[in-house]
Unconditional design. Structure first.
Length: 417
């Protein structure tokens, strides 16, 4: 079959899969520019259509008219835990264990120091050498302050390393999905191994929340963190979240003791006393515009189960890989083909990956480049359809086959991608 016939056959199948998908029509919950296939929702999620009106109301009515009264009248005070519970529904956490606050980096810092204090006398924290850099930087600094030694061990070797560390281990801290390759790690096995030696496990859900069927409570995670601006679509600079399992809350002694985490902030006492529940993970005044934008963004998930979202994600990424094969694109995949080991992105390797990504962007297919040779394409199944996946595969084919990436305008490197 010619590539045109192959493409037509794939598109016809994609249309059927879209029509049958439990996520059929959810793209209408987003505002996206015409002519764009957006495959970068794993860096900055798209704009949910519900957000602008809510932000307008927060700015004009809640802030502009009601002024300081909105802390009570619009319940700004409990917004962070209310939105935390909404995220909790997407990551398998019962209410009262998730709060929206700070950045992922800051929450990881709180989690590592908090874990060290939950396991006094233990001296080791394990993490992935291929972690997103901020995780490495923050873990190193938190460990230095808490008197822990950091051992960087790849997730595939983590269970053995946990057994080797034994009762020295305080915390195993891992991302569930590798941000570059999209590989999905078995954090349940890592968590069980950590518990077997009396240690804790922290999960970084930046590349999982909102696309995987995460079950924090059922799988025994102790701590988790994640960001609000990727698949949760909270917008640029959206606050992050932190989960502390109910069983640890009373003893969770996090290091950033700001007044929003105090049990009675308006007593204005000179002595810190942590709030009883997950509120103690708060620090200072939250960015309310962003917290409430995130709350509105999460309504895009109304009526969808994490299991359905995960199934749709696998179906779309699976079809994209199949389309690459069928169209004869023979770039090496950095992402596993196996559903059980794939997050919600497909990464390809190419020696001129940066220029390939620029050529794709010029065609309206927005993905990103990651060092050293990764073409990273994220599939947010709420707004990336099977038809988009096939069209994107055809664009990749054309960019490679026609060597579009060699054009000088695509080789210039910018600061941020
Ligand atoms: C795994 C991971 N951790 C952390 C971050 C970022 O943390 P922050 O929200 O502090 O910028 C990202 C992405 O930016 C990430 O992919
Ligand atoms: N957080 C970002 C930012 O502040 C600027 C540009 C990109 C980002 C990202 O989220 C990158 C993303 N975490 C990644 O996996 O590469």
């Amino acid at each position: 079959m010619t590539t045109v016939h192959t493409h037509d056959a794939l598109t016809a199948r994609a249309e059927t899969l879209d029509a049958q998908s439990p996520l059929h029509g959810t793209r209408d919950r987003f505002t996206l520019p015409d002519g764009v296939i957006y495959l970068d929702g794993n860096s900055l999620g798209a704009l949910p259509s519900a957000v602008p009106a809510v932000v307008g109301d927060v700015v004009h009515r809640q802030w502009g008219e009601r002024l300081i009264r909105s802390w009570n009248e619009s319940d700004w005070w409990s917004a962070q835990t209310r939105v935390g519970d909404a995220i909790g529904r997407l990551v398998g956490a019962a209410p009262g264990q998730v709060v929206v606050t700070d950045s992922t980096s800051v929450n990881l810092f709180k989690a590592v120091v908090g874990a060290a204090r939950l396991r006094p006398g233990r001296t080791v924290v394990l993490t992935d050498p291929d972690s997103f850099p901020t995780d490495l930087y923050m873990t190193d600094s938190a460990a230095r302050l808490a008197g822990l030694e950091v051992r960087r061990v790849h997730p595939r070797d983590a269970v053995a390393a946990i057994a080797e560390a034994g009762e020295d281990l305080a915390l195993a801290s891992y991302s569930s999905v590798d941000y570059r390759t999209g590989e999905l790690w078995d954090l349940v096995a890592i968590t069980e191994a950590a518990h077997a030696v009396g240690a804790l496990a922290c999960w970084d859900l930046c590349h999982s929340a909102g696309v995987l069927d995460i079950r924090l409570d059922a799988d025994g995670a102790d701590l988790a963190i994640g960001c609000g601006y990727k698949y949760l679509n909270g917008g640029p600079g959206a606050p992050a979240f932190i989960y502390v399992a109910e069983r640890h809350l009373a003893d969770f002694d996090q290091p950033l003791t700001g007044w929003h985490g105090h049990a009675r902030p308006f007593e204005m006492s000179g002595t810190y006393e942590p709030a009883p529940g997950i509120t103690r993970a708060r620090v200072g005044t939250p960015p309310l515009l962003s917290v409430l934008a995130l709350e509105a963004a999460l309504t895009a998930y109304d009526g969808l189960s994490p299991a359905d979202v995960r199934a749709a994600s696998l179906s779309v990424t699976g079809l994209f890989i199949e389309a690459l094969d069928a169209l004869g694109v023979d770039l090496p995949l950095a992402t596993p083909r196996d559903d059980d080991h794939r997050g919600s992105q497909v990464s390809l390797r190419h020696p001129q990956a940066f220029a390939v990504v620029q050529a794709l962007i010029a065609r309206g297919v927005i993905g990103d480049f990651r060092e050293p040779d990764i073409i990273r394409l994220g599939f947010a199944p709420l707004y990336v359809t099977h038809v988009d996946a096939v069209a994107a595969a055809e664009h990749v084919r054309a960019v490679i086959a026609d060597r579009e990436f060699e054009r000088p305008e695509f080789t210039e490197r910018g600061a941020v991608t």
